[in-house]
Design a protein around this ligand. Structure first.
Ligand SMILES: [Zn+2]
Length: 210
């Protein structure tokens, strides 16, 4: 019965570097506990290929964890499609993520939430306001079933570079970071996508990976 599944924490796994690092370190540090790793596909029109590459990355990361002997988790997937609400997403990713994270926390009575937010994120202008809004959404979704929750930020004091440096290279290479992937060939059914090398994420991350 699905109602009997018990998890100590929920960790969203986007397929990106930060969430991969948060999940990897938690799984290694807590061998006797169990996590629900939730991959959320946000279909929001921002980049039609980004979600495809993140989806693939999340599966590659899960395969790596298993190969590495990390079995203290269950992997689940969810999707939120709001592309018809407009080309520019009307809500922030962290708001959409928290709506779904709250839904799964409520469904499985999970009261701890591991967020992958790093120091660079906290340093962004208006980030704290966006975070506060997203946490209001989370608490509203949880009300009244789960009011006493813990939200943990294990990467809070780490810069993006420190998060990157803390991952094994083969695992890092499975993560997807580009926001606007470009088509590699475009002339067959196995079209691959490559990082654009132009978006903010590419400019920030690629120098640390190469
Ligand atoms: Zn890019």
């Amino acid at each position: 019965m699905s109602g009997q599944e018990i998890y100590d924490v929920i960790i969203p796994l986007s397929g990106g570097i930060d969430s991969c690092a948060a999940a990897y370190h938690w799984l290694r540090d807590n061998p006797n506990k169990k996590a629900l790793l939730l991959h959320i596909q946000l279909v929001n029109g921002e980049s039609k290929y980004r979600q495809l590459m993140e989806h693939k990355a999340s599966h590659d990361i899960i395969a790596y964890f298993k190969q590495d002997g990390l079995n203290n988790f269950t992997f689940k997937q969810s999707q939120l499609d709001y592309v018809s609400a407009g080309q520019i997403p009307p809500i922030w990713d962290i708001e959409a993520v928290n709506f779904l994270v709250g839904t799964y926390m409520r469904g499985f009575k999970i009261n701890s939430y591991i967020k992958a937010t790093n120091k660079d994120d906290f340093d962004q202008i208006n980030f704290e306001d966006r975070l506060k809004n997203s946490m209001t959404i989370l608490r509203n979704v949880l009300y009244p079933d789960l009011e006493d929750i813990k939200v943990l930020y294990p990467n809070k004091s780490l810069s993006k570079k420190q998060v990157i440096d803390g991952l094994p290279k083969p695992l890092l290479n499975l993560c997807w970071y580009c926001r606007t992937p470009v088509s590699n060939t475009g002339n067959n059914h196995n079209t691959a996508y490559l990082p654009c090398c132009k978006c903010e994420a590419c400019l920030q991350i690629s120098p640390h990976i190469l």
